[in-house]
Unconditional design. Structure first.
Length: 294
């Protein structure tokens, strides 16, 4: 049975060269085999995470007409409030039973101070992971971070409300999908539902583990690495127990390259294997995926 590994980041950030290299190998293996990791000792304080979850809950408790004043308008800005069923992550299924609020770096300054601090902390963590990826892929340590230095990342607050009426056929809280960018950081509460599809096609639960952050690789990293790192499909299901009557909250940080970065197969990921994908600009790919899901 495939399981999502738990990796201690402090062995990379606060240790000697041998331990650092061990973490690089662990993360390489995890991203190659399943594309998901539970990360311990991420460097983001528990206090700050709790503050953001508190803000998350208070935001979504506002009346719908208040939230709609901040409505998501188009894929070019990709910010604002996304109402229940507006997005369908699986285009072949009914709209997702979730609501969301997307914010970019510029938008954080108009929000709570905890959101600003959290965005910056997530950016710092993402850069550390990108450094590890670069080392794992036999690249200069700053190869990937320099391609993510314009802060094109999106912070997404998510709320999956209690089920009030029976779902439509095939409808779930978040349809089967892969993420679009380089990497995603996910913070979730104790109300589970996240499932990850293994290479064998089996769905395994990715339940919340206290004091960990889930990290998964996205489509652009898969394209860059010629499938050395996989962008794994995942979904959020409707609970089949009493949790169906509970709200589920999560926070996702989508790490995306600079708009003008060309995503082309890395030399170290060819090794006798032709590139699977043609080159594409990071911005162009993101717009394609957003247009397909709204």
């Amino acid at each position: 049975m495939v399981t999502i590994p738990i990796i201690d980041l402090s062995a990379f950030t606060r240790s000697n060269a041998t331990n650092r290299q061990a973490v690089v190998k662990q993360i390489y293996q995890a991203c190659h085999e399943i594309g998901f990791i539970y990360l311990q000792n991420s460097g983001i304080s528990k206090d700050l995470i709790e503050q953001v979850f508190s803000y998350n809950q208070s935001f979504f408790k506002q009346p719908l007409e208040v939230k709609q004043k901040l409505a998501w308008s188009d894929e070019f800005c990709n910010t604002g409030y996304v109402a229940l069923e507006r997005e369908r992550l699986d285009p072949n299924k009914p709209g997702d039973l979730k609501e969301a609020f997307n914010v970019n770096k510029e938008g954080t300054v108009r929000m709570d101070a905890s959101i600003v601090a959290f965005y910056d902390s997530c950016t710092k963590l993402a850069n550390t992971i990108l450094q590890i990826f670069a080392l794992a892929l036999e690249l200069p340590e700053d190869f990937l971070t320099t391609k993510h230095n314009q802060y094109n990342h999106t912070l997404r607050l998510l709320h999956y409300p209690p089920l009030q009426t029976p779902p439509k056929p095939g409808q779930v809280r978040a349809g089967e999908h892969s993420d679009y960018g380089s990497i995603t950081l996910l913070f979730q509460d104790e109300v589970s539902g996240l499932e990850v599809r293994t290479r064998a096609g089996e769905w395994i639960e990715a339940a919340a583990i206290p004091d960990t952050v889930i990290v998964n690789t996205g489509d652009l990293m898969q394209r860059w690495t010629n499938h050395v790192f996989c962008s794994t499909h995942h979904r959020v299901m409707i609970p089949n127990d009493d949790r169906v009557n509970q709200s589920r909250y999560s926070i996702a940080f989508f790490c995306h390259p600079n708009d003008d970065v060309e995503i082309a197969c890395l030399q170290s990921c060819q090794k006798g294997k032709s590139p699977i994908y043609p080159p594409i600009l990071a911005r162009e790919y993101l717009l394609q995926r957003l247009q397909a899901t709204y």
